[in-house]
Ligand binder design. Sequence first.
Ligand SMILES: *Cc1c(COP(=O)(O)O)cnc(C)c1O
Length: 432
Amino acid sequence: MKYYSTRNKNISVDFKTALMQGLSKEGGLFMPESIPALPKPVISEIEKYSYNELNYIAAKEFIGNEIPSEKLQDIVEASINFPAPLIELGDELNILELFHGPTLAFKDFGARFMSKTMEYFNAGSGKALNILVATSGDTGSAVANGFYGAEGINVFILYPSGKISAIQEKQIATLDKNITALEVDGTFDDCQNLVKQAFVHKELNAKLNLTSANSINIARLIPQMFYYIGAYKQLKGKKRKIVVSVPSGNLGNITAGIFSKKMGIPFSIFIGASNVNDSFTEFMNTLRFKPKKSVQTLSNAMDVGNPSNLERLTELYSGGTEKIREDITSSSYNDEMTKLGIKELYEKFNYVIDPHGSVGYLALKNYMSRLSGEKVSGILIETAHPAKFKDAVEGVIGNKIDIPARLAECILKEKKSVKISNSLSELKEILL
Ligand SMILES: *Cc1c(COP(=O)(O)O)cnc(C)c1O
């Protein structure tokens, strides 16, 4: 498979280049030349395939022979070593739980797969790969865990001191080996600026093999298709229209869902559910995009005013024409409504959902309420474990929630971050 850039169709690179480079030189995002179709029997007899067999088949379509089959199988199995169960809550409501990975959010799928593919391609280069990431929370923990112990790769995570949650800090800053957490005296934007300065610094680039692990890497989208295919398998052949609601921010998750639909999985419609950061909802209403300044909400991983993957999504519909509305719709909800959604799911089904999932629930409910009596299979994508947002969720349901063992253990560990000021010279010293 070859990949082109959303900003220059003449660029054509292989998977390895798209993976290691992250972003195309002129700032575009890498897109597969075509979306391959899954072999027909894989869809019609999907129940005969195991989770990781399906994951491997999908990955192979996008990576081809750049990674030998057996090795790719190992990578899939080592990175997706946790389940993504579909929980049936009601006749029309199913929840796809994507929080069974090490950091309890769906970003584990992308980060783990990206780390293992990068490790594969970097092996034998004889040069250590240094990954720099700025984080405001969730991406950092998934990347730190995903790359933990990767051979020949050093990871430096920059986070703003005092500006991420205590749980997030523990998830980022309690690892050793090849992971270094840098606690920056500054804001998230300062962290991002330091990373950008490092990438264009002559001496650093001459001496070090630097790369990023940001959310627009194509290697993150590939494993995010796996769980959509797996969700279809778990529906066990219910012959109804399938409606998928995706709590959205940077739109990577929903883009992967659309990829899976284009590969042949018979999903009818996707809902991009937003909080009050509603630039995507507005885009779907007007087909004109206006970026907005982001505002803070309960579902903070969706606080994105200028979603980077919109460029990929519109690319699939000739630049964002009417056609996009055949596959996607969107609606948005504020924090008060989000709390009501958490409460309603708890009271009706005794199910504890996190704030991101609640936004998805509200959007799904809204969509279903406008169907005239037609029964559907609703799939709600639950992107994070509610324990990551313990205080907010417990406040709403009026009850304690269970903390998964892997999170409880992590909270007890000692923080090991290195404090640095907001200056390139200190960062440079640590890197060299
Ligand atoms: C990152 C994230 C999202 C948003 O996903 P996108 O792919 O950026 O749209 C939603 N929920 C949680 C918990 C996340 O971490």
